[in-house]
Design a protein around this ligand. Structure first.
Ligand code: ADP
Length: 407
């Protein structure tokens, strides 16, 4: 009979361990793992439980929500001791046995990852079997926390090097591109102020217009930078719904009525085109950026063709022009922030439009690429998946409706 009881115990314990392991495997991030582990112990042993992990300054804390009542000053003191020394303490141990909870270290491979604090429902504490169970739990949780911590620090390192790269390009943009409008603004303002001799009205107006236009350019640049940063940092949550592409094309063209006035714009959208889930405003911005480039980089009067088609599980939106195309080696680089194809007489710009377009496509789980057409001209292809894979749904929006005429 003893054998049977032992075997059943063992089976139950492995069942519980399996359940915890599965839940931990699904959890992402140190705070979530700690939270999930605390709850699992609570449920499984029907007791109070919490997992404490070190914060940025090394202080132990309860990562999510309010910490349970049994974690008073005395409890936190005991937890701190356990974290530093790597030994269990509290109820049922030789260290601080008068504390009404048990504190177990959560060992990682290299260092202590945190502390599991458990307050038994019954004042007599835990049975040896429960103690063994808690001990194996603690080891599992320690390892999971270590994996999550490593991933978080790798992500942080990636973010930092990306930030360095951005900082460098921003700096070069500031030196080259911001100086021009700033010089124009201060020059015009200086002339207005110095004009003690009667200035004719036309000159006066010209200088004032100059200041206004250059200031508007600067403000558009800052707007676009802000958009891009928000999109890339993931603080913009998309508001996706199935929208006919026809509608997006229509609003984008309406916005560019003046810019494209002299162009023959042709559109071919199949009637049975499925509707990919889109954030209407962001998609419109993407298309506006592509079409503004057509207006800027192709000869006046040359035509532009907008098309869409279904390809496998995606919809492709295509913009074709008949301009000079893009040098082969720049086909990918044009999507980089601040990248512009070098040239003598290129129109003004900051190299932001396509970077924003790419960020929008990626935020939709899609992509964008540039090609040169065999018959001449550039082709931009935006691929938009029909299924929403990412959980990007939310209701906030970074693109407030503005009448931004361009970038
Ligand atoms: P900007 O227009 O401000 O330079 P973009 O990111 O919109 O920035 O474009 C990056 C570069 O890609 C442009 O400087 C231009 O050299 C090139 N480009 C974009 N669209 C076209 C096009 N339709 N035809 C030729 N070149 C293009």
């Amino acid at each position: 009979r003893e054998h049977t009881v032992l075997a059943r115990d063992l089976e139950r314990r492995s069942g519980l361990m399996l359940a915890l392991t599965q839940r931990l495997a699904e959890a992402r991030g140190v705070a979530v793992v700690a939270d999930v582990a605390g709850r699992a112990v609570q449920e499984l042993l029907d007791c109070g439980a919490a997992v404490l992990v070190p914060g940025t300054h090394g202080e132990l804390r309860h990562p999510e929500g309010e910490s349970p009542a049994f974690l008073d000053a005395k409890g936190l003191g005991a937890a701190g001791w356990v974290f530093t020394n790597g030994h269990a303490a509290g109820l049922g141990t030789d260290t601080l046995p008068d504390v009404q909870a048990l504190f177990l270290p959560l060992p990682g491979r290299n260092e202590s990852m945190g502390v599991l604090a458990v307050a038994p429902a019954m004042p007599w504490g835990f049975s040896p079997e429960q103690m063994r169970l808690l001990d194996s739990f603690a080891r599992q949780v320690g390892l999971s926390l270590e994996v999550e911590r490593l991933q978080e620090s790798t992500r942080q390192a990636q973010l930092e090097s990306e930030a360095e790269r951005l900082k460098a390009s921003l700096l070069s943009a500031v030196t080259h591109d911001l100086q021009t409008p700033l010089a124009a603004i201060s020059g015009s303002a200086e002339s207005l102020l110095l004009a003690d001799v009667a200035m004719d009205q036309a000159t006066h107006a010209m200088l004032a217009r100059n200041i206004r236009d250059e200031a508007a350019r600067l403000s558009r640049l800052l707007d676009n930078l802000l958009r891009l940063t928000r999109l890339e940092s993931g603080t913009v949550r998309l508001r996706k719904e199935p929208i006919p592409l026809e509608e997006v094309v229509g609003t984008a063209l309406a916005r560019l009525e003046k810019t494209l006035a002299e162009r023959a714009v042709t559109i071919s959208l199949p009637d049975d085109l499925p509707m990919p889930p889109l954030d209407g405003l962001l998609m419109e911005q993407l298309l506006v950026n592509l079409l503004e480039n057509v207006a800027k980089y192709t000869p006046p009067g040359s035509p532009v063709h907008i098309a869409a088609r279904q390809k496998d599980d995606s919809v492709e939106l295509i913009v074709d022009d008949r301009g000079p195309g893009i040098p082969q080696e720049a086909l990918e680089k044009v999507f980089n922030i601040f990248y512009r194809v070098p040239g003598e007489k290129r129109p003004r710009g900051y190299g932001l439009g396509l970077a924003i377009s790419r960020a929008v496509a990626i935020a939709h789980g899609g992509s964008i690429r540039a090609e040169n057409r065999p018959q001449g001209g550039a082709r931009f292809v935006v691929t938009l998946p029909l299924e929403t894979a990412s959980a990007q749904e939310n209701h906030s929006h970074a693109f407030t409706t503005d009448n931004d005429p361009g970038h």
